[in-house]
Write a protein that binds this ligand. Structure first.
Ligand code: 6R9
Length: 647
């Protein structure tokens, strides 16, 4: 099947770093001699003492070992801030666009240095030192970046918790990593409303729920006051009041952890993905430069949240390591109306815009209103991330937002990969709407069948990566066994992504979505098991099964089957209660779209829930349920079909 393809726009071709030939040559070098390739590329980062070792990696069962630049020393914050002072001190490092249209701030690299160093000294006063874990639960304000960089400066390991998570989810993450300090804000602002954050932290810590936390640092971002706990809580501005801006960056080993970021897996407990310093910085910086074809004077806007990996690698570490002006947006694309993104682009003359298909679809749903009131002619390159982009959304983004002159880099990657692995690099290739196209340098993607046999030619299968790249996660916090088991045991000697993909006859990659029990709702990763465990924690619920189904706006919607406890009446009121319960227990991003009452769930005779069947019912594909011979009680299925909700 040959897909419609779009050429790279001429203007981009004329100025881009790559063309098809230079891409092919550089890719060949990177695969033929990874050691030499990455030895050279490692120099993009400033090292306190140079590395002599480059790649020491082994995916073999029982010998799993991933090390890059292991004997080099560096500091991530130094690379993002200090090293730019001599040549870019007065250049804008961060443009902050607030939730309201007329609220903005420009922070130069010199100012960034001062803010970060003072805050790092503040954290020091609270006893934070190298190796300590610090949780960050912040809105999209520059201080979120200062907090991350201040931790990196001290060698403390930050763990950013997305500000949409609920008290329970905060407590789980804080306890898993044993954080000593949590940094938050009184409130965030989104879509014209205040979002209370400090009360969530209070609730997470209530009683002795998080015994490792010694202090809570609170940024006063709005005028709303919440109680401060004497001895435990401290205001950000008071903490740094007497701190000076001299705070030497800690000397870190390349393999010292830089951060932990929790993500969803196919079991209930979130996984603390660990990224280390040297390889991650080299990879984040290099991919940022090549994928977005960054130029010195570019204004670059990644509209993700710092609570996700995209915010880590492509709002903070990648762009700042490259000395790029990075825009942070506190609000939402639909406030005050859908023309906001275009207006922000014009106001700050944004050259590169990187967002998610879910945001694109939300704007597209309003016709062409998103393009009203803005020209967007400063844009040169646009990116997409988080989920497969459907060709209709791709074309709309290309034509309406990008005026048919900006390539769309559809970037496929994961929390675990640290940076982008597959994308249509400008101007290495043409573009096919819906295809992520080509691997980045040093990345060896391949497809295997369910038995692990490698597939060749135009085909479809499970996506694996055959060799290590510097940005790869090294372990799961305190659970190396689960790391090995999750990513390196399904197929031997390779990294398993959990995604399915198709390769077309030109060798281009099309990601088809997760092949495990992970949902992708509006680009947010959610484990079905996480939502199920939140549901069964409610006293009225005996059993729950969660599946995804195709959803026009969100990509996937959440469909829940609930069996209530004997004697409980399954009615609309309970349905509302359970929706609120999940929002509160886990997060509003996990809000169920449908809750179907299930007197029984389809199970195998060994008691395993047959999700395949539940997925089909939820997707209205119940006419072909496949093999149902292992069902313990086939009548259960008929009743579920009869009462299905997503008609
Ligand atoms: C960066 C990020 C990872 C999962 C991944 C895949 C999906 C991300 C995609 C994409 C198709 C793309 N995904 N980018 N699917 N095309 N361009 O999103 O990390 O939150 O860990 O999610 O997202 O299924 O496995 P994370």
């Amino acid at each position: 099947m040959s897909a419609l393809s779009y050429p790279m726009p001429e203007a981009v071709k004329a100025s881009a770093r790559l063309n098809p030939q230079t891409y092919a040559e550089k890719y060949q070098q990177s695969i033929a001699d990874p050691e030499a390739f990455w030895a050279e590329e490692g120099k993009r980062i400033s090292w306190f003492s140079p590395y002599s070792q480059v790649k020491k990696t082994n995916f073999a069962p029982g010998e799993l070992d991933i090390q890059w630049y292991a004997d080099g020393t560096l500091n991530a914050c130094y690379n993002c801030v200090d090293r730019h002072l001599s040549e870019r001190g007065d250049k804008t490092a961060i443009i902050w666009e607030g939730d309201e249209v007329d609220v903005q701030k420009h922070i130069t690299f010199r100012e960034l240095h001062e803010e970060v160093a003072r805050f790092a000294n503040g954290l020091k006063k609270l006893g934070v030192k190298k190796g300590d874990r610090v949780a960050i639960y912040m809105p999209m304000v520059p201080e979120a970046a200062y907090a991350m960089l201040a931790c990196a400066r001290l060698g403390a390991v930050h763990s950013v918790i997305f500000a949409g998570f609920s008290p329970h989810a905060i407590a789980d993450r804080v306890n898993d990593c044993g954080a000593k300090v949590i940094i938050t804000s009184n409130e965030g602002r989104r879509g014209g409303k205040g979002v209370a954050l400090k009360p969530n932290v209070d609730e997470a810590l209530s009683g002795d729920a998080c015994p490792t936390i010694e202090h809570v640092v609170v940024l006063k971002h709005t005028d709303v006051d919440f109680d401060m706990h004497a001895g435990r809580d401290v205001w950000w501005h008071e903490l740094i009041g007497d701190c000076d801006a001299d705070c030497p960056p800690e000397v870190m080993q390349a393999e010292d952890p830089l951060f932990i970021l929790y993500t969803s897996g196919s079991t209930g407990k979130p996984k603390g993905v660990v990224h280390t310093t040297g390889g991650y910085m080299v990879y984040a910086s290099m991919t940022h430069e090549y994928v977005f074809d960054i130029k010195e004077d570019d204004v670059y806007w990644c509209a993700a949240d710092v609570g996700w990996i995209t915010g880590h690698s492509y709002i903070v570490y990648g762009p700042l390591a490259n000395g790029t002006t990075t825009l942070m947006f506190e609000g939402v694309p639909t406030y005050p109306d859908v023309s906001r993104i275009g207006k922000v682009v014009d106001k700050h003359q944004v050259n590169i815009l990187y967002t998610a298909p879910t945001a694109i679809r939300a704007l597209m749903a309003k016709g062409d209103a998103a393009a009203k009131g803005s020209k967007r002619d400063s844009l040169r390159i646009m990116g997409s991330v988080g989920e497969p982009i459907n060709p209709e959304a791709w074309e709309w983004y290309y034509k309406i937002i990008g005026n048919s002159k900006c390539p769309i880099v559809d970037t496929w990657w994961q929390t675990e990969t640290g940076g982008i692995l597959i994308a249509p690099f400008p101007a290495a290739t043409d573009m096919k709407p819906g295809s992520a196209m080509l691997p980045f340098f040093g990345v060896k993607p391949a497809l295997v069948d369910n038995e692990g046999k490698k597939l060749t030619g135009a085909t479809e299968g499970n996506l694996i990566i055959e060799d290590s790249w510097p940005g790869q996660a090294r372990t799961l916090w305190n659970d190396h066994e689960r790391f090995e088991q999750t990513y390196f045991s399904t197929y031997k000697n390779v990294y398993f992504t959990g995604d399915g993909a198709r390769v077309d006859e030109d060798g281009h990659f099309w990601i088809t979505g997760r092949v495990d029990d992970v949902l992708n709702v509006s680009g947010h990763r959610l484990g079905t098991a996480e939502i199920e465990s939140a549901l069964v924690a409610h006293e009225a619920v005996a059993e729950a099964a969660v599946v995804g189904y195709p959803h026009d706006l969100k990509g996937q919607g959440i469909y829940v089957y609930v069996t209530v406890v004997d004697g409980v009446e399954a009615n609309d009121e309970l349905r509302k209660t359970l929706v609120q319960w999940v929002r509160k227990e886990l997060s509003p991003i996990a809000t169920p779209d449908h809750i179907q009452w299930a007197p029984g769930l389809p199970k195998t005779r060994s008691g395993k829930i047959m999700r395949r069947i539940l997925r089909k019912i939820a997707s209205n594909e119940y006419s072909n349920l496949g093999d149902t011979s292992t069902l313990a009680d086939p009548s259960v299925v008929d009743s579920l079909i009869e009462n299905r909700l997503n008609r």
